[in-house]
Ligand binder design. Sequence first.
Ligand code: ZN
Ligand code: ZN
Length: 769
Amino acid sequence: MDPADLVLRYGERVTHVERVPAREAVVEPWPEWVDPAVREMYAADGISTLWGHQAEALHHVHAGRHTVISTGTASGKSLVFQAPALTGLAAGRTGSSLRGNRMPTVLYLAPTKALAADQLRRLAGAAAFARPATVDGDNSREERAWARDHANYLLTNPDTLHHSILPGHARWTRALGGLTHVVVDECHHYRGVFGAHVAHVLRRLRRICAHYGADPTFVLSSATVADPEVFASRLTGLDVVPVTDDASPHAARTIALWEPPIIPGVDPTNPGVVRRSATTEAGELLTDLVIGKVRTLAFVRSRRGAEAVAATAQRRLGEVDPELVRRVATYRGGYLPEERRELEQRLRSGDLLGLASTNALELGIDIAGLDAVITVGFPGTRAALQQQFGRAGRSGRDSIGILVARDDPLDTFLVHHPEALLGAPVEASVFDPDNPYVLGPHLAAAAQEIPLTEDDFAMFGPRTAEGVAALEAAGWLRKRQAGWFWTKRERASDLADIRSSGGSPVQIVDAGTGRLIGTVDGGSADSTVHEGAVYVHQGDVHLVDEYDVEHGVAIVHRADPDYSTMAKSVTEIAVIDTERTEQWGDAAMSFGSVEVVNQVVSYLKRSTSGGGVLGEELLELPARTLQTKAVWWTLAPDAVSAAMEHDDVPGSAHAAEHAAIGLLPLLATCDRWDIGGVSTALHPDTGTMTVFVYDGYPGGAGFAERGYEMAARWLRVTRDAIMACECHDGCPSCVQSPKCGNGNEPLDKAGAVRLLDALLVDAPVTGDH
Ligand SMILES: [Zn+2]
Ligand SMILES: [Zn+2]
């Protein structure tokens, strides 16, 4: 049966259906300059011609232009960097392209070790001229030495480059001095604070290459990154040419958006609308697809969720056709390789018809040959959704992708505004390389690598002189004839933890076994692992016995309480510097530096079976100060009273703040947990009603700035999302927030719409309205 017809039978739950037509390929011949041995290697894999975008990108890379290729999954992006890189190595074999007396080399960077390992496997056919090696934390001493002395194709990650290769560059002279190509694969991962760190790691790499006389061509790749030219240029600090016209063929695909129905008989006004859960819905849909013999993969956010989807399907299949029960399974991280391969094999052969998985499957595991993908809950970015839907569509057969909305403002908005999901370009991957908290440690690391001089300042951006002066004043750098030197014994690169997002991580330790089960960011630990907190780690529920603030350790035990916990906090925010302001009549949008002081003071226990709040426990935790960036909106006092006569102003501002935070991920690749908010009917620094939305990281991460730049569109989308929700007084699909420090009090849904309308009266026109 055609899966699209089957899904349509669900009627009103399906809020939108769209058919993406098949696309014909544009084919081009190989350019002459690609080494025949390299072409033979591809021919052995059945690749004898190129797609149009590959030919275009090869042309740029061969001309030495830094290039970013952004085309769909499975459109052959690796070839674009492999072919020129391997051609360079093949030429080096005959000695025709020696730089000085150095043999050519290639550096490949991936965001994870698994991806680098996957690339290594794909280079197996190039053994005649490439000597590839992965360089990462898993190397033995011998492997590392071999890579240093012999490899000409290094596969690594930004972490290893930052902590090991760059600080030890004197031992990597051969590899770094010979570089012809630097590949930055899956570059959309470098966003937020991590993106800012990687931007500086790449600048340090460029500086060291120049020191050894190498001038490599950078090739960046991503299945989907917004505005690739701007993004790639900002990440590398170089002028980068974009290649975006995907000329690979694909079969037709149907996309369906799905909203779980409201459960009848539950009072819709108190405490909010109760919808059927997205996992139950997905389980039933999976059942029908399996009965229809449609090979289906369901992506679910948590392991528990994935298990629930598979269990629902198995239970219902058991009632219909017991033979089908064993043809549904769950997939999660942590399987042994042979177990993984067996599942992949069963799926490929069609023995397995339904698989519910966490996103563990997203990186490095090969599952092809599916007809349908169900995504339970918007995965955060359109890019991720496209990649998940891209899993379906085996060898030219039509496929279907279904997004099932969870109870969340962004999901609700998207299933009612398909144009924002399917027509729009992907979200901007934003980051801010000028964040002084990120810049400072990299300037220190650069100075330890090679003394810094004023000639280096342009490379590291406009705040470099200020950063160097601060490091000098602190006694970490000292100026001598040749430039600024690092004065300490410690490794300067240890100052920057490029994956951390502020504060030392807190370790979560199992009380019974003493085993470390994970870490949480220092910035969010007070509200997630305080004493008495219910803490969910990869789907497993724990209770926190003890939280040692000083040593950054939380002791937990496995438990199954019938309640969840929600921390309450008091937050004060002060404007330090208003950098930009835009007046919209009585409203004003501003962006600048703020200081946020937050203290977790208590937590609420909430029944998980619908019984509401069970109690509140006090906590004694220190106040935390965060210097960061914020966007804030104000409305003049007269306009507030005129627009909101009968409304609760604090509740309206608070509700608008929650919904806006829930929808910012539509404009920037952040998560609602990356940002915070404060709203008040009267703020001392502005003298009027103000709503602040700030980056939850020291120095900022670029999200608030993006919100400022897109403010009119952002607030319109926020208003539309609140209005579209069918609830009376606010629910998790519109103005309630799972991370509210105030227990979602007060909230005025109707007032929030009037407040946003008043803010938008004189707002600039945006393209989508
Ligand atoms: Zn609602
Ligand atoms: Zn709140």
